[in-house]
Design a protein around this ligand. Structure first.
Ligand code: ZN
Length: 114
């Protein structure tokens, strides 16, 4: 009958190595977003200031060539204007028509007493 040597087989307690966070791993911040590339400047302006809220560059003009409608609207106060357009109509034309329209209305009001 053999007796097994019953020695403690517990592993010697050794300090466990804890992986250190690598100092290279700095939190990477996203670089500040670059401003978008400038819009092509060869295009005519389609953004104007609003005659109602006087907000600069809040009015956008669009020309619907399919329906020959020119539209201007303000993204700030939501005022809008539409007029007929043709192949030669440009954003500025729609805008100036809108301005004319506004002036005409104002003039009519002003003329009331005269
Ligand atoms: Zn406006």
């Amino acid at each position: 009958m053999r007796r097994f040597p019953f020695e403690s087989s517990l592993p010697a307690p050794h300090s466990q190595r804890v992986p250190q966070p690598s100092s290279d791993a700095r939190p990477e911040r996203k670089a500040a977003a670059k401003p978008p590339p400038k819009k092509r400047m060869d295009k005519l302006d389609t953004v104007f200031s609003c005659p109602f809220c006087n907000h600069g560059s809040s009015v956008e003009c669009r020309i619907d060539m399919k329906n020959l409608i020119g539209e201007a609207n303000c993204r700030i106060c939501q005022e809008s204007f539409s007029t007929t357009a043709n192949a030669l109509t440009e954003a500025i034309d729609i805008y100036s028509e809108w301005i004319d329209e506004c002036e005409r209305v104002n003039t009519v009001e002003d003329d009331d007493g005269a």
